[in-house]
Write a protein that binds this ligand. Structure first.
Ligand code: UDP
Ligand code: MG
Length: 318
């Protein structure tokens, strides 16, 4: 068995129109890994950049064959680009890092040491402080707390995709052929032994964020719909609530009627019928939703379970 230091390390980084920063990225990763004993590779994914990013990457590749370039056919978005890079990484240890130097490459060796010494399977970055606009910070903060409250998995708060992990974890993540990708959710979902690693997220090295507000909403959306039944459950709750209200209202009207109150003809039946049947319809939708969610579960074909280890030594006969 080879020791931890000698395992092949893959550093995966997606880039989109990062012409101004990509040289810095590669330089910093090389510098961060300069003291590494074991072999490493860097898989940079060019996510359909329209600027000179690819040329710069290819120049690196010609100079240093450890820098590998995966060129996607068009822009697929950060999550899919990262997934593509992960699928093309051959390391036993894998590091994911953003291409804009917001995740400091010099932390990779520190996280690797944690992975080894604490004997865990994933060390994931948790942002201590963000150097971003107040609006974006608030949006992230809220989104994570809402998601945490409604999700079926333990979503690590304020975590991004910055992480180092061992091969079995990556293989587990790659077994899930999901379209609406939320990689940090999947990474949490697979289990294994994971520990957080606090770090300060730097400001972008160059250029503007490539994630637009639309992308952020889509990401949050994917997080919610891929990991919770909450929207469907809400339908059911509102439906049951409406039915309950109609029953209470009926009792109230009955009492008022006995008390000698008069109502315009047909009014009470109409109002009651509307509230009651709206409730019934929502409950019916909830039932349909439950079936649809089951279909969704089946087509998305997540593994029913994942094994971390199997101790099955045959006992030596005494
Ligand atoms: N990125 C990508 N494809 C995209 C958008 C972004 O590969 O369609 C890359 C981008 O180059 C960067 C990383 O994903 O390396 C994170 O993007 P960004 O900095 O825009 O996101 P933020 O830090 O604002 O979450
Ligand atoms: Mg960024």
């Amino acid at each position: 068995m080879s020791s931890f230091e000698n395992l092949l390390l893959s550093v995966v980084s997606p880039v989109y129109n990062e012409e101004a920063g990509v040289d810095h990225l590669v330089t910093e990763v090389i510098a961060a890994l300069a003291k590494r004993v074991g072999p490493w590779e860097m898989v940079v994914v060019n996510d359909g950049s329209r600027d000179g990013t690819l040329d710069k990457l290819l120049a690196w590749h010609r100079r240093d064959s450890r820098i590998k370039v995966l060129d996607l056919s068009r822009n697929f978005g950060h999550q899919r680009a990262l997934l593509a890079g992960l699928a093309h990484a051959s390391g036993e240890i894998i590091a994911c890092i953003d291409g804009d130097l917001q995740d400091p490459p010099e932390l990779i060796p520190v996280m690797l040491r944690e992975l080894d010494e604490r004997n865990v399977d994933v060390v994931y970055g948790v942002r201590r402080r963000r150097k971003e606009s107040m609006a974006k910070k608030t949006a992230y903060w809220t989104a994570y707390r809402v998601m945490r409250a409604v999700m079926e998995i333990e979503l690590p708060l304020d975590s991004g995709d910055f992480a180092v992990m061992r091969r079995p974890v990556l293989d587990a993540v790659l077994r899930m052929p999901e379209q609406s990708l939320f990689l940090r959710g999947l990474r949490a979902w697979v289990g294994f032994r994971q520990i957080p690693f606090e770090y300060d997220r730097a400001a972008r090295f160059a250029g503007d964020a490539k994630y637009t507000w639309k992308d952020l909403f889509r990401l949050a959306y994917n997080g919610i719909f891929s990991f919770t039944k909450l929207p469907i459950r809400l339908l059911g709750l509102v439906g049951v609530g409406a039915i309950a209200i109609s029953v209470l209202y009926a009792l109230f009207l009955l009492a008022a009627w006995f008390g000698g109150q008069t109502f315009p003809q047909g009014f009470t039946t109409l109002v009651l019928a509307i509230i009651f049947f709206s409730g019934v319809q929502l409950v019916a939708l909830r039932i349909l939703g439950a079936y649809i969610h089951r279909i969704y579960d089946e087509v998305r074909a997540r593994p029913a379970y994942l094994v971390r280890a199997f101790w099955n030594d045959t006992p030596t006969p005494s």
